[in-house]
Ligand binder design. Sequence first.
Ligand SMILES: [Zn+2]
Length: 274
Amino acid sequence: MTSSGNAVPVFLYHSVSDDPPPWIAPFTVSPRVFAEQLDRIADAGLTVVPLRRLVAALRGGPVLPPRSAVLTFDDGFADFYWTVTPLLTDRDLPATLYVTTGAVHPPGGTARGSLLPPAPMLNWRQIATLDACGIEIGGHTRTHPQLDTLPGRKLCDEVFGCKRDLEELLSHPVESFAHPHGYSNASVRRKVQKAGWSSATSVGYAFSSPADNALRISRLMVRADTPAEQFQAWTEGWGAPVAPYPERLRTRGWRAYRRVSAGLGRPVGGPPTD
Ligand SMILES: [Zn+2]
């Protein structure tokens, strides 16, 4: 793949930890590696912009600064509060955190439950604090299902209910959604739009671009086994396709990915469907 001035890396992280539960370990980077990656982003001259800047550009609003990047974090692991936030704050970097609301503990209570295996997750008080500190809180459903397999009523509960959970907690509109496992189809995306989410991120293993779909924004997933050279290439605008791109590349990327991830309990699944 060649470098493209339009390529916008939207980085997708999960846990940042030295001792993750085994099921999430393949999708976890250590704090040291994470800090190195933030340094690479700075050294490459990228401007980290809030997700809403990219969404505005996708919708015909102001163009992005040249060589923009976006940081996103899925699921709502507790290490976001203790490990990620200080590193972002030190560098004055914006980020979006997508929360699975059923995995969140209310103060003094237990979580309603989600399909994610056990792991230390954020509690509601920490999420409210992160919101107050300027981290964008987005939604990632209530239980982390594969949305494209759900009947209508359940789909509504996940997509509308998650938004309601977060807006009740934060007392302001919550705009940004991420498809669990990266899965969506046209009817899921219609429902997401109807619920009032202004954007939705996917996985895609591709750069986003000003021509990307605001309800299926492509992201580059950073994993435990992402080589430093690969991450470096992404910061330089090459090493992955640029969305939107032909379906055969999408399929090929997912096939390669499934080979490494087969058999693991995991927070992400197969290719986005249409
Ligand atoms: Zn997830």
